[in-house]
Every structure is written in structure tokens, then in C-alpha cells.
Design a protein around this ligand. Structure first.
Ligand code: DGJ
Length: 735
């Protein structure tokens, strides 16, 4: 619900449990942020803008205009006029000047939510959401700014984005455009972010928010392994179940900045948008720039509630794939099984064995094209290597199909190897600074996707492979970050557009791909999970979480990822041991149980593993079929974190009707204390009786307990012998 109180000049945006207030102030029509928090009955909170205190609004006292700017809670702050906190928008006019200030001009409120030109964004019908568009202007700069806010009726989420239009005569440059900002009082906040590196993505970090600017960011040309486009400010006492959280997540896959600044008066400015590093977008008269969307969540009920809001939004209003509500085929990927050393025969022998064990799709990873027998060459030459795939691709796919399995394939469409036919023909197609040696990463360069002919050529190569056989899945990889930013096709004053144009082109290619092949299951990937973000989820219902497939490392990676993203989106496979990244050996059963919390599949040579392990695969397959609907669609709760207690991990999924639940418990380290562990379950119906069954432990007798008891008194997990032990516990409500 969105309303406007014309007398008080206050907008009120309501979600089921939250309210957001924006005020228009003074005869100069400043747009101020009043409130974001628990749902309010009315709009009487304008006092929070403190315009009745010195330094007063300029119409009352113009002497301290600068000081007024420096502490007013701007809804969308601009720089250079006296607000010395970090702004959301910086322009440089044709004459080279930078200051700007916005004032309200008009607004409209309407049902539904518009698409954002060229960008992924959340969506909803006219019945599911409504939108406020505030138009403001800087008449001196000839600039119009549209602030877009949408509220969803079924979840506590508000989305925001910004569009800038040049309504003047001369061009100007945008050198910074963030998408969202909240100016509010600092409540002694902690800051939550997700950090990582290759094979260690999205670890949760919590630290005290101090004075000054604290941020997480990427200017790697992708969202990245290292930081994540997510930021939350939380009360010191916030836990899984209690406490305030203000969270932002960016629906974008390129450079980002997410930051919080505590100012001299103890106010905090939280903002998010495209990173200004190397960003400069030229707007000619009449042109517009659309900034990506930020998703905001407020709750006073702790991390479980924040997670629930993001999960619900992304499951219902972000992912578009036909697979979003469907069980995905259990796949076996040959990467860790063979790396580059495979041929038709080897792949078919894996497929044959896998099909007999219940695995449903073979995915052929890197190495099937050009002369790609290692990662030193071949990217860009998307032509089947018939020396490896003797008989051709169609033959292989048909043979796999005959086994009753689907077939999937790997691409890295954004890249070019210096040692490739494509590079020899078009050396200028790589992103590079003319005259300067380019920096290689994994011995490859990045294609200049700001050029239409490059995008069209690559798209056509990829699509013609897909048209040539019955290929039902694509893994779209991206194995290096951008550097040496330069395009020979952009003029000097548009080179700063390359990073964003690159991301727009990736989106355009994936849009084309999913439109031409609407039934394709697309899985995004980037050297593991370096581009696991809502922008990519818009196109693919699942993303490869990490190259680290070790079950124990995965506990932390999947905990951090599931803080925001539904389990149905997390690519997770059972791989061989000792683990290829860590060298750790964990029980096959535990690997399966941990991978069940994601899309589930295998990444090993099933013809080579021990018979004992092979025998377990049909059982794991059966568990997947038994529980995937629940895991994919159910509500997720975090019960315990190995990252915090250093001993065990535990999470739970509950069906919407609370008739069924599944608890996963993983003991990481065994201690000489064989006493059972008590865990408190969540999300059950207090008045229902649940039959509790230890699915993979026949020694424990099934018993019936009430939801009330299980949530308040808890459940005992018997002492487990050995490190890395896992238990799956099913709860079924009695009718
Ligand atoms: C990185 C991916 O994360 C891996 O799964 C694999 O596809 C390799 N790239 C192939 O080069």
C-alpha cells in the first residue's frame, strides 16, 4: 500500500509489517527521509527530519544553509552543495562543474511495477505490488531524477531504483549514481556483510559500525568472490530470532558499492549502487540512464525473518525460469571427474553407470571445443572438437538421451584466449587499453561486449551449438575479472561506460538465450560463485555456489549464501575425496546430505569410486526425490552455525502448511562427550503432533512430539561417533 498525505506532504509506503515515510519539506521542496521501521498507523513522524531544530530549513534561516544540507536526512542525496557526507549522485556538467541539488516536482502512485530498461529487476502483478514514482529536478543542471519505490503486499520488501534524464540543452556526465539510500539515526549498529575469495565465498562477517565510511565493494567487473552486493545494519542484540535489521541487496552483477557512513551527529547513511570507480556515463540532451534496483528489507524479528523476506521475494518475484518451481534433474558433471581429459567413450561410460544409479543428466564441462585440452587456449572457438567427441556432439547427446538421461553443456561465452582462432582473427575484440600490454588471467582476456558485432557473433556461436542437438541445460561460466578497461569503439569520454555496458550486454545475451530456448535450464557460474547475485538469478534459477565442494567448507558457504538466497538456487554437488580443493575426506553420506540443501548433483567419476559409495547413490537419489519439493519450496530456518559454535551446523526447512519439516544436523568435530545435543526447532505448528524420524539412522526409534515441545524444549540429537557425521531428521504432522 502506498498513500500520499497531501496536507502534510508525506508519502507512506506500507508492507505487511513495515512502513517507510518520505516527506517534502520547505518551499524549496527538499525530499527527506522520515522513517523506515515497524508498521505505523499514520504519518505523524515528520519531526524525525528535525527541521524544527537548528540549523533550520533555509526558508527559516538561510545563514546556515550549508549546515542544513550537512545533516538533513535526504531521500536521495546529491553532492557538492554542502552535504559533506557521501552523496548518491555526482554529475559533471559540460562546463566541468559538479554540484547538484534536487527538489520535488511531482509524483504518481500506481499498481504494479515497471520493468527497468535492459536490467533485471523484481516483478509483480498489479494485485501484488504498487509503485511510487517521485519526479525531482535540478533546474540549474538540466537534470530530472525519477525515484522509484515499489512495495510488495505479500512480503516485507521495498525495492528502489533511480532514473536520470538530461532535460537540458547540453550534455553532462554521471560520475556516480547509487540506487538507494537511507539516512537514519545510528542505533549502535553492527554491520553484516559477506566476504570471501575463490572457493570460500560468502562467509558472514559481523563488526561494529564506527564513525566514518565503511563499505564493501567490487570494481572487478562482476559482483565477485571477495565482497557481496549485500549489506545489513543490525542492532547489537540482533540474533536469528530477534532484533532489528536494515538490509540491502543489489539486483546487479557488476561493480558495486554498499556502504554505511556514521556522521558527526551520529546519523547513519546507508547506500548502495554501481561503484563510481572508473564509472562515467555521458548523457546527451534527452537521454536517460537507468540505475539497477536495490531490494530493501526491514525487520525487528532477526535474521530468520530477513532471510524469509528475501527468499519469498526471489522465489516469487525475481526468478523467471520455467524451472523456478520445478525439481531440477539430478546431474553429473564431468569437471572434477575428468577435467580436460575426456572423449565420447569416457563420457558415455560415466553416463551409462550414472543412469543405472538414477542420475538424470550428464553435463559436459570445459574442454569440448576448439583445441581446448587445457585452460591455456581455445576460448572463443565454440566449435566441437571432433577429435575428442568422435562421432560429433549430436551423436553423444543422442546416446546419452538413449540412456534416458538429459544432456547439458558448458560455455564461457564472455571470454577469448589469446591462443584461439577467434583472437587471431579479431585481436581487437578483447577489452584492452590500446598500446599497453593486456593482463592475462587464467591465460585469457575478456571480450569487449560493448560491441554489438561481438555479442551477435558469440551469441550465434553458442546458439548454433544448442540448436544442433537436444541440449537441455547450459552452465554459463566466467573465469576471470575485468582489467585493462578499454574499448576501441568507445570515444574517449565514454570509456567510463564500458564496465556497465559489459554487464548490460551479458544480460542481453542471457535474455536472448532464455527467449530462444525457453525450456533450457540455465546455471550461472563464475570460477565457482563469483557472480552469485540477484541479477543473474533473474535469468537462471540456480547458480554454482563455489568450486569448493568439500562438505564441511560448504556448510559455511551455503550458510552465507542462504542468508539471502533460497536453497533452490544454490548449485551443490557430491564430489570425490580427498576433496580436490582441500584434501579433506568426509563420509560419502555427509557429502550427499549437505548437497541435498541445494540443487543436488554429482561431480565425480562414477566408474571409479568405491563400490560402497556407488551403492549409496540410489539411496541419495531417492532422498532427493523424497525431499526436494520440501527443500525447494519450504521455509528455511537456521538453527545452529558451525561458524559460531565451531562444532556443528544445523538448519531446518518447513512446508508452508507446516505438515512436514526436515532438519539437517552436521557434526563437524567429534568431542569426547557422547551426550546428546539439544536443538530447538522452529516454524512448526505448536498444536500439531509430529512424528520425528531419523532418516539415515535406524538405531533411533521414531517418536511423536508436539510442535510446542520441539520448539520450546527441543529435540535431542544423540551423540555421534566421529568427525563429519550428518543426520537427516524428518518431521511429519499427524493428520
Ligand atoms: C570454473 C567452474 O566453477 C568449474 O566448475 C569448471 O566449470 C571450470 N571453471 C571449468 O573451466
Amino acid at each position: 500500500m502506498i498513500s500520499y498525505n497531501e496536507k502534510e506532504r508525506i508519502f507512506k509506503l506500507d508492507t505487511p509489517n513495515t512502513s517507510y515515510l518520505i516527506g517534502i519539506v520547505d518551499e524549496e521542496n527538499f525530499i527527506g527521509h522520515i522513517y523506515y521501521g515497524k508498521r505505523l498507523r499514520d504519518t505523524e513522524a515528520a519531526f524525525l527530519m528535525r527541521t524544527g531544530e537548528p540549523p533550520y530549513v533555509p526558508s527559516k534561516n538561510n545563514r546556515e544553509r550549508c549546515s542544513f544540507y550537512d545533516c538533513f536526512p535526504f531521500e536521495y542525496p546529491t553532492g557538492g552543495m554542502g552535504d559533506y557526507r557521501e552523496s548518491c549522485l555526482t554529475i559533471r556538467t559540460a562546463d566541468g562543474h559538479t554540484g547538484s541539488m534536487l527538489s520535488y516536482v511531482s509524483h504518481e502512485i500506481f499498481d504494479g511495477k515497471p520493468e527497468l530498461n535492459g536490467l533485471p529487476a523484481t516483478f509483480g502483478t498489479e494485485q501484488e505490488c504498487n509503485t511510487l514514482r517521485i519526479i525531482c529536478e535540478d533546474k540549474y543542471a538540466g537534470m530530472q531524477v525519477e525515484l522509484l519505490f515499489s512495495v510488495f503486499h505479500d512480503t516485507d520488501v521495498i525495492t528502489r531504483s533511480v532514473k536520470i534524464t538530461n532535460i537540458g540543452q547540453k550534455h553532462f556526465y554521471l560520475t556516480k549514481v547509487y540506487s538507494a539510500c537511507i539516512d537514519m539515526d545510528n542505533n549502535d549498529f553492527d554491520m553484516i556483510s559477506l566476504h570471501g575469495s575463490w572457493a570460500r565465498e560468502r562467509y558472514i562477517q559481523r563488526k561494529t559500525l564506527g564513525y566514518g565510511i565503511q563499505n564493501v565493494s567490487s570494481f572487478r567487473g562482476q559482483s565477485g568472490h571477495q565482497d557481496h552486493p549485500f549489506l545489513a545494519l543490525v542492532d547489537k542484540n540482533t540474533t536469528q530470532e530477534h532484533g532489528e535489521i536494515y538490509a540491502m541487496n543489489f539486483v546487479y552483477s557488476g561493480n558495486f558499492c554498499a556502504q554505511a557512513e556514521v556522521s558527526q551527529f551520529g546519523f547513519v547513511r546507508m547506500s548502495m549502487g554501481i561503484h563510481p570507480e572508473n564509472f562515467c556515463w555521458k548523457l546527451e540532451s534527452g537521454e536517460s540512464f537507468q540505475a539497477p534496483e536495490v531490494v530493501m528489507v526491514y525487520t525487528d524479528k532477526g535474521f530468520d525473518a530477513m532471510t524469509a523476506a528475501f527468499h519469498k521475494l526471489y522465489k516469487k518475484h525475481l526468478i523467471r525460469s520455467v524451472y523456478k518451481n520445478k525439481k531440477r534433474p539430478i546431474l553429473i558433471n564431468n569437471w572434477e571427474a575428468t577435467y580436460f581429459d575426456f572423449n565420447t567413450e569416457k563420457l558415455l561410460s560415466i553416463a551409462k553407470e550414472a543412469s543405472q544409479l538414477g542420475i538424470e543428466m550428464l553435463v559436459m564441462d570445459d574442454g569440448w571445443f576448439g583445441k581446448r585440452n587445457s585452460d591455456t587456449c581455445g576460448l572463443g572457438d565454440w566449435v566441437v572438437n571432433e577429435e575428442k567427441l568422435n562421432g560429433g556432439l549430436k551423436y553423444l547427446v543422442d546416446e546419452v538421451n538413449k540412456l534416458g538421461m538429459k544432456f547439458g553443456i558448458w560455455f564461457e561465452p564472455e571470454m577469448i584466449s589469446p591462443d584461439s582462432d577467434l583472437y587471431r582473427a579479431h585481436p581487437d575484440w578483447a577489452i584492452a587499453i590500446p598500446g599497453r600490454p593486456s593482463t592475462e588471467a587464467r591465460q585469457q582476456y575478456v571480450l569487449d561486449l560493448s560491441r554489438k558485432e561481438v555479442v551477435d557473433y558469440i551469441y550465434e556461436m553458442v546458439a548454433s551449438v544448442l540448436r544442433s542437438a537436444n541440449i537441455e541445460y547450459v552452465k554459463w561460466d566466467m573465469n576471470r575479472q575485468l582489467s585493462n578497461i578499454g574499448s576501441i569503439c568507445l570515444p574517449a569520454d565514454r570509456q567510463g561506460e564500458l564496465y556497465h555496458r559489459y554487464v548490460l550486454a551479458v544480460y542481453e545475451m542471457q535474455r536472448r538465450l532464455t527467449e530462444e530456448f525457453p525450456n533450457l535450464l540455465l546455471e550461472n557460474c563464475s570460477g565457482g560463485g563469483a557472480r552469485f547475485d540477484p541479477g543473474m538469478l533473474y535469468f537462471s534459477p540456480q547458480i554454482w555456489c563455489s568450486d569448493d565442494t568439500d562438505a564441511i567448507e560448504r556448510l559455511a558457504i551455503q550458510e552465507g549464501t542462504s542468508l539471502i538466497y533460497p536453497l533452490s538456487t544454490m548449485g551443490a554437488h557430491v564430489s570425490d575425496c580427498p576433496n580436490h580443493v582441500l584434501g579433506r575426506t568426509t563420509p560419502f553420506e555427509t557429502r550427499g546430505i549437505v548437497a541435498l540443501a541445494g540443487t543436488f548433483g554429482y561431480e565425480l567419476d562414477v566408474t571409479k569410486i568405491a563400490q560402497k559409495e556407488k551403492d549409496m547413490i540410489p539411496k541419495q537419489v531417492a532422498l532427493y526425490h523424497q525431499f526436494n519439493d520440501l527443500i525447494r519450496e519450504g521455509d528455511y530456518y537456521r538453527i545452529a552455525s558451525y561458524q559460531k559454535n565451531h562444532l556443528f551446523d544445523c538448519w531446518q526447512v518447513v512446508s508452508e502448511d507446516k505438515m512436514e519439516a526436515l532438519v539437517t544436523f552436521v557434526q563437524v568435530l567429534s568431542r569426547p562427550n557422547y551426550k546428546s545435543k539439544r536443538i530447538l526447532l522452529k516454524g512448526l505448528a505448536e498444536d500439531k503432533q509430529y512424528k520425528v524420524c531419523f532418516v539415515n539412522d535406524e538405531t533411533i526409534e521414531s517418536k511423536v512430539y508436539s510442535g510446542d515441545t520441539l520448539m520450546k524444549a527441543g529435540l535431542l540429537i544423540p551423540g555421534l561417533f566421529g568427525d563429519f557425521q550428518a543426520r537427516l531428521i524428518q518431521l511429519v504432522a499427524e493428520a
